[in-house]
Design a binder for this molecule. Sequence first.
Ligand code: IPM
Ligand code: MG
Length: 363
Amino acid sequence: MKLKILITAGDGIGPEVTNEAVAVLKEVAAIGGHDFTFTEKRIGGVAIVKDGTPLPADTLEAALASDAVLLGAVGGNEFNSMPPDKRPEGGLLQLRSALGGYANLRPCFSFKELTVNSPLRPEIIEGTDIMFVRELLGGAYFGKPREWNKAENRAYNTMVYTRDEVARVARIAFQLAQKRRKKLCSVDKANVLEVSQLWRAAVVEVGAEFPDVELEHQYIDAMAMHIMNRPRDFDVVVTENLFGDILTDESGVITGSLGLLPSATIGGKVNLYEPVHGSAPDIAGKSLANPLGAILTAALILRHSGGLEAEASAVEASVRKVLEQGFRTADLARGNTRDFTVLNTQQMGAKVCETVKTMLVNA
Ligand code: IPM
Ligand code: MG
């Protein structure tokens, strides 16, 4: 298997956690005789400082010439007063748009060993396994017109979807549901918004192609509550860009840490892979960051860009194993050094690598 992977490590803890994800990919490549090549380019705040723009042209060019892009994180407090398109986040949105992936897959699961890390009770969250499919290229994020008119003290954004934009992401969600527990929940605000009424109509229309998948609809406000009260009831959840942004951060409460959640964006020219967590500037460069979200994101590269299902599963199983053995990064141990062995970013990466190796060599 040959893969050209572009690494855009970005800001804050991005470089530290992507280093560990790359190490895992290199281990998998060495064992299986795969040819993975890695190139690094700047994005986000580091690119604003060095190149004067959050998405330099050579980064975009390299991204379009690769098979997969692995992003660390973007953002930093020093850019907070800039207009949205000039900020680090603007670079990421431009990259998403240029690569064309519209279906952002964000799995949310509870790890048995980490149920105590969640403020929710274990009997509520145990066994949760949700696949969020967040539409990534439409809605208020990209809708026009948009403006903050300072003279008039008035600002607006446009939440817009076409039927086809909804249909294509719904189709991916239905297909995923077919391979899982055959349940799809579409989330909207169709009691208030026309754009949600169109969303719902398009999802129902595509649903006719998937009679074996049970389809339900929920309003976003009710859904925010349901995933806290009864997360196990959901299998695949499809929703528009902004609702998906919010629901997936909320779902981090189930896992107990946003630092564990991966994502893959598919459907476009080049797949884009990013952990769900942010740049965490307060702990950047201190080897405190949790690399497991980035490592699980690497597993998604193996699955969705490499077609290497066994290897992807081995990486995921290794993360579980390491947690089972009592290894934790500081955010996961939360001061409990009696029951856990606390590892720094690099030690945790090495522990997972070692486990992946044992698992694949003995497979
Ligand atoms: C995410 C992030 C991004 C988003 C930001 C960094 C632009 O919150 O991936 O969830 O809003 O999509
Ligand atoms: Mg977000």
